[in-house]
Write a protein that binds this ligand. Sequence first.
Ligand code: NAG
Ligand code: NAG
Ligand code: NAG
Ligand code: NAG
Ligand code: NAG
Ligand code: NAG
Ligand code: CA
Length: 531
Amino acid sequence: MLCQAVLLLLHCFASLTLGQYDLCKSLVSTDDGAVWEQYACQPKAQSMKDYMRVKVDPPGITCGNPPERFCTLENPYLCSDECDASNSDLAHPPQLMQDRERTGRITYWQTVTWSRYPEPLLANISLAWNKSLELTDDIAITFEYGRPTIMVLDKSMDHGRTWQSYQFYADDCLDAFNMPPKLVRDLLPANITRVICTEQFSRWVGSKNDKNVKFEVRERFAVFAGPRLLNMDSLYTRMESMKGLRDFFTFTNLRLRLLRPALGGTYVQRDNLLKYFYAISNIEVPARCKCNLHASLCLLQEGDLQCQCEHNTTGQDCQRCKKGFKAKSWKAGSYLPTPNGSPNTCAVAGAPMGGGSNCECYGHSNRCSYIDYLNIVTCVSCKHNTRGQNCQHCRLGYFRNASAELDDEGVCIECNCNQMGSVHDRCNGTGFCQCKDGATGPKCDDCFPGYYWKQGCYSNVCDEELLLCQNGGTCSQNQKCICPPEFKGVLCQQSRCEGDKACNTACTPHLLAPLLLCVLLPHLLATLTAH
Ligand SMILES: *[C@@H]1O[C@H](CO)[C@@H](O)[C@H](O)[C@H]1NC(C)=O
Ligand SMILES: *[C@@H]1O[C@H](CO)[C@@H](O)[C@H](O)[C@H]1NC(C)=O
Ligand SMILES: *[C@@H]1O[C@H](CO)[C@@H](O)[C@H](O)[C@H]1NC(C)=O
Ligand SMILES: *[C@@H]1O[C@H](CO)[C@@H](O)[C@H](O)[C@H]1NC(C)=O
Ligand SMILES: *[C@@H]1O[C@H](CO)[C@@H](O)[C@H](O)[C@H]1NC(C)=O
Ligand SMILES: *[C@@H]1O[C@H](CO)[C@@H](O)[C@H](O)[C@H]1NC(C)=O
Ligand SMILES: [Ca+2]
């Protein structure tokens, strides 16, 4: 009984410290003294609003310059509020979306009013971190004075070079985006990464009743980890196996495109446009640094978040092996097997691995075997289309990628020889295939002049120069002459009515007299000879 309790305690302890992946290594004592044991690890979730760089567009969208009066949706006759950029009590600059509001007073960024209606009131808020992050909880944007009736959340995973939509928000999804409205809870596990339009955060409920617009991360996690997120291992297991799941929660930048402000549940009232504007008091982005499971700390260095890489990795996201640790190719750590995962540590080049003898496979295998009669150690089951004693060659049908190191996973490129045009599927060191007669090009998928392609290269039957179709015939794709009805032969060089046998109804009207003879003569002859 006591024993069980102790085991249980140990188990709890283990799953609290290790199952959370918050420890990269620990010193354990063995018969050979103390050694480091390495584990997959990741940094804690943080409030990333503290590190984000905020930019609003277009310039001049922030209210207060010149000072401006505004009204509220609930009481359009109460227009005593004023925005004035030159007065710190009445200014509403962008940084008030990420401040900590320690005084208890709500502070917010506010735009100009929709005085130029019907021109749309548009604003972009770009949030940049210069660091790959992974969402750990809902993004929550708090709107004062009502939530927008149309809005898009975009994300970038490459520092703003390319963008993709993350979620669409509208009070009428069909009308605004031609998308049917969806709820995250309606999504099946298989399409949890689907980009949806939701009406949940855009309908008018009064400006004080619900101020938040969310991007639902918890609800998506809950599909795998259970409603209270108790079974995170199950989520992490899915992260490893389900294509695109981890990437779905990964970003370096976010962008809010505000397309139409709150309207107070009715149509735009043109006689009081001072009550339409956007105001945001807070943007909460709970996330952790993406360190590829190679760091448990992520710290601000020179103004940017930076993974504190372990496992002999380096780079902003620990996405490379350190110099001198490239015996195997770099790999992200893995959540599997639970609860400790695999660290996939980068190893010292030339260090003993796996089998024990000096087994150098450039990271394409971690198993070697000793071949007795040759007295050599050789890599077994070389991956990434490599072969050879040290996996240093490319398999037949592959060639060496000149821009890749020997330990790169992409070191061997498929020859891709055209099956019809080439002699075999091997190529030379620069990827050129060996072509059959008439075929050319690196992959033998082109023909020399004088040949045409039809599942391989064949000499032209006809062309516009030497092999002309005659008697008015036309050359079809160098493959055959299309002859007028009264001619035949490869180049239409032969008249159909020359001999007697081949004459038939295809002859044309002006040849009617001879045709009749042609047709009748064989009959006549046949009748004559039959009797
Ligand atoms: C917001 O960003 C989008 C995408 O880059 C751009 O097309 C649009 O013009 C921007 N809107 C404003 C108001 O700057
Ligand atoms: C982004 O971070 C990288 C690595 O920390 C740094 O080299 C680069 O200068 C940063 N870029 C910007 C625009 O801050
Ligand atoms: C999710 O996938 C199922 C089956 O693949 C499909 O029937 C359903 O429409 C999808 N849901 C969404 C929101 O795309
Ligand atoms: C590199 O990894 C080895 C374990 O493979 C570890 O003992 C060593 O401390 C690491 N070195 C650095 C510089 O992190
Ligand atoms: C060749 O190697 C480079 C460097 O690793 C890689 O970016 C590229 O994709 C590889 N080319 C092919 C065709 O795999
Ligand atoms: C491969 O063949 C092409 C075309 O015949 C040739 O130009 C190239 O030099 C060859 N490369 C090697 C490494 O032999
Ligand atoms: Ca604030």
